[in-house]
Design a protein around this ligand. Structure first.
Ligand code: FAD
Length: 465
């Protein structure tokens, strides 16, 4: 490196301003460290700009439209139309409010912000490249670095996101019109959330999935409920088919699929949304310069203090591995910042919840029954069906259940799986109980408000006993 006038010296360089990076930067600054955060694109990262927030805004709006149109049983008759441009503008407003808040919060905490792409020059220096040639290259000299560069959607051969007809999840969440026909490739959580949402606002959706079921990360009895509800809503599932190519046809496109036996099928569409997973972003970083090598899956391996193989380089969030979730990124960001500040923080992966915002929602935390057996426990399991929940019935939503898994010897709560309306909220109570070391009978003894969905958690605990 040839240091120039444009060299910033900082205690902590944070690369990436998503929920991993900005939370780490703020926490490090709160420990009186001098912190510089570099962001290549937009503060808030994938979560605020292209992921959690815009998807949940669209999903909520789609639920409003769908519920209004389907309330005849309650004596309510409506035929709502969806003005997608207005919906997109509302969603953009929510995103802007949150991303603006992140920038303000960073500044209020004294975090130095640089817009540009950071690449390592050597162990303690990064070069910052700015878009547009009118600004000179900057260097940042740092004592410690937190890499929080996140992930990007995976492309499949023949389906380039550069083509207008091929959507990544980011493109889908920037939609200003509802496609009449949409093919979704991949029935993981992003594919399932977005296909359910687009179906509810009037798209004719076909989901193509190479495996023989949706949401392979979840137990069968959970995915069956979500899949059959999506099918009832009109999603046409094509399991055991992989998307092999697409071409323009009759004003739209035709997506061709192939089974393992070589049988082909073709589906008409206006757009094809490819949602087959995400890969960590490390290629922008020039890792060779610091002799750090990603693992076989492309992630930066870390210990429970978020530290990589280099003592002064930490990695948090999607770039540091599964689960690729915003709250896990933020939790790791806090640990990395505290570790750098000399605190004794460490990451505990036992109670990281996960939610899928399908219809009904899924919420999970801790161990499933089979994971508990694998981990050497003799589990007790209690379940409460939502059809026996008074509140669920008053919401006209009776599919699903709450299941709790406990340790048969000590009674300690080990995990929970919820498939129900508001499962993303219900799972928080179970997470807190696990985190606090509660037993199943303590959950059963906790008085819950009536009538609420959360009573089902109490009843599941009683059933486990
Ligand atoms: P990111 O949020 O990806 O941020 C990384 C940042 O680093 C980016 O802003 C990028 O521009 C920047 N960057 C990259 N390289 C450089 C460089 N060299 N220099 C400077 N800056 C750089 N998670 C949930 O928990 N709940 C959900 O409901 C949920 N829904 C989702 C829906 C969708 C459609 C998608 C795509 C994701 C969703 N996620 C959800 C996942 C969540 O968005 C990610 O787990 C989270 O954003 C990861 O945070 P991060 O800080 O690790 O990375």
């Amino acid at each position: 490196m040839a240091p120039t006038d444009a060299t910033t010296e900082t205690d902590v360089l944070v690369i990436g301003g998503g929920p991993g990076g900005y939370v780490a930067a703020i926490r490090a600054a709160q420990h009186d460290l001098d912190v510089t955060l570099v962001e290549a694109d937009a503060y808030g990262g994938t979560c605020l700009n292209d992921g959690c927030i815009p998807s949940k805004a669209f999903i909520t709006a789609a639920d409003v439209a769908h519920d209004a149109a389907n309330a005849a049983e309650m004596g309510i008759h409506a035929d709502p139309t969806v003005d997608m441009a207005a919906l997109a503008a509302w969603k953009d407003g929510v995103v802007d409010q949150l991303t603006g808040g992140v920038e303000k919060l960073c500044k209020a905490n004294g975090v130095g912000l640089i817009e540009g792409t950071a690449t390592f020059e050597d162990d303690h220096t990064a070069r910052i490249a700015h878009d547009g040639a009118d600004r000179e290259t900057e260097f940042v000299a740092f004592e410690a670095c937190i890499v929080a560069t996140g992930s990007r959607p995976i492309e499949i051969p023949g389906f380039s996101f550069a083509d207008d007809h091929v959507w990544s999840s980011k493109d889908a969440l920037a939609a200003e019109t509802v496609p009449e026909e949409l093919v979704v490739v991949g029935a993981g959580y992003i594919g399932m959330e977005l296909s359910t949402m687009f179906t509810k606002i009037g798209a004719d959706v076909t989901v193509v999935e190479m495996l023989d079921s949706a949401l392979p990360a979840y137990d069968d009895d959970i995915t069956r409920i979500v899949r059959s509800r999506a099918a009832d809503l009109g999603v046409d599932f094509r399991f055991g088919e992989g998307a092999s190519e697409w071409h323009e046809a009759g004003g739209g496109i035709e997506v061709v699929t192939e089974t393992a036996d070589g049988e082909t099928a073709a589906y008409d569409a206006d757009k094809v949304l490819v949602a087959v997973g995400r890969q960590p972003v490390t290629d922008t970083l020039g890792l060779d310069a610091i002799e750090l090598t990603p693992d076989d899956n492309g992630f930066l391996a870390t210990d429970d203090r978020a530290r990589t193989d280099l003592d002064h380089v930490y990695a948090v969030g999607d770039v540091a591995g599964e689960p690729m979730l915003a709250h896990k990124a933020s939790a790791e960001g806090v640990v990395a910042a505290e570790a750098i500040a000399g605190e004794s923080a460490a990451l505990d992966h036992r109670a990281i919840p996960a939610a899928v915002f399908t219809d009904p929602e899924i919420g999970t935390v801790g161990l499933t029954e089979s994971e508990a057996v694998e981990a050497g426990y003799d589990p007790i399991v209690g379940e409460m069906p939502m059809r026996a929940s008074g509140r669920a019935l008053t919401m006209n939503e009776s599919a699903g259940f709450v299941r709790l898994v406990g340790d048969g010897d000590t009674g300690a709560l080990l995990g929970g799986q919820v498939v129900a309306p508001e499962a993303s909220e219900l799972i928080a109570e179970i997470g807190v109980a696990i985190e606090l070391g509660a037993t199943v009978d303590e959950v059963a003894d906790t008085i819950h408000t009536h009538p609420t969905l959360s009573e089902a958690t109490m009843e599941a605990a009683e059933n486990a006993m």
